[in-house]
Design a protein around this ligand. Sequence first.
Ligand SMILES: [Zn+2]
Length: 106
Amino acid sequence: MTDLTDPIFHDEEAARAHLEAVRWANGVFCPHCGSFDCHRLETGTHRAGLFYCRDCRGQFSVTVGTVFERSHVPLHKWVLANYQRWLGLSEQRFASDRWLPCRLLT
Ligand SMILES: [Zn+2]
């Protein structure tokens, strides 16, 4: 049973760490060139969750190349929305959750 008090559902950094663990279970790779020669850029001087690829010299985050990439919806809400779907809630019930923006439903 999913614990809805889990920080991944209400904390942006925890949600980002969760997505990174799921997407990059076998190591961080560059979504631009596929290289594993990447490192995390320090938070404070760069946006949180930003990586640098030494091969193509590109920057990326865990959302690049995913449906989350251009979204302004916080990641923890995406994670919660996806868990609700995986739990089998009906679309009608899903749509009744007022905090969800309409574009999540299309
Ligand atoms: Zn690259």
